[in-house]
Design a protein around this ligand. Structure first.
Ligand SMILES: [Zn+2]
Length: 188
């Protein structure tokens, strides 16, 4: 009985040793696989982001040179380079006429005068966009996420939307006046 017992113990020892020997390569392979997956999924996300960027085709699409030629310097930097005009500089800031605010790049109607309000920020502000004509994105330019908004027809940057606006929407569309042209009601 002693013999087989010892033998069994020996076998067990052997298999334990074998397991220990196996553990290291398996462990390393798992780490390798995880790292590899991490790399490939990150690459996938990057590729997807690049592809999405490439795939957005606006109804009005122009080359950078064409936009430069068509727009004033300020319109170009705001609409095409997402710059921000200085506050209290827009001629449209205190405009209280009835009419429609259209994209300075492609004339798509973006905001109606009845949704304009004085936010005190120094930028023309609206509590509602003309549905479907404005598109949204998120930017991290100043360190935290903000909802960027742009013309859905030409992709021109307009401004940002915040959740501290008046009722009925509670939204504050903070828009660069230079990105807009105003069409008075009687000229529509
Ligand atoms: Zn536009």
């Amino acid at each position: 009985m002693v013999g087989p017992y010892i033998c069994l113990k020996g076998k067990q020892k052997k298999s334990v040793l074998l397991k220990k020997k196996l553990k290291a390569p398996i462990f390393l392979s798992i780490i390798f696989l995880l790292t590899a997956c991490g790399e490939s999924s990150r690459k996938l996300v990057e590729d997807t982001a690049k592809n999405t960027e490439k795939e957005i085709t606006y109804a009005v699409t122009k080359t950078d040179a064409e936009w430069r030629a068509q727009l004033t310097d300020m319109e170009y930097y705001v609409l095409r380079k997402a710059a921000t005009e200085n506050s209290f500089t827009s001629e449209l800031l205190n405009n209280k006429e009835e009419g429609t605010y259209v994209c300075a790049g492609c004339a798509t109607p973006l905001f109606k005068s009845e949704t304009k309000f004085d936010s005190g920020t120094g930028w023309p502000s609206f509590y509602q966009e003309i549905a479907g004509n404005v598109a949204y994105d998120v930017d991290y330019k100043i360190g935290y996420p903000r909802t960027e908004e742009h013309c859905a027809t030409c992709g021109g940057h307009l401004g940002h939307v915040f959740n501290d606006g008046p009722q009925p929407t509670g939204k504050r569309h903070c828009i660069n006046g230079v990105a807009l042209n105003f069409i008075p009601k009687d000229q529509q």
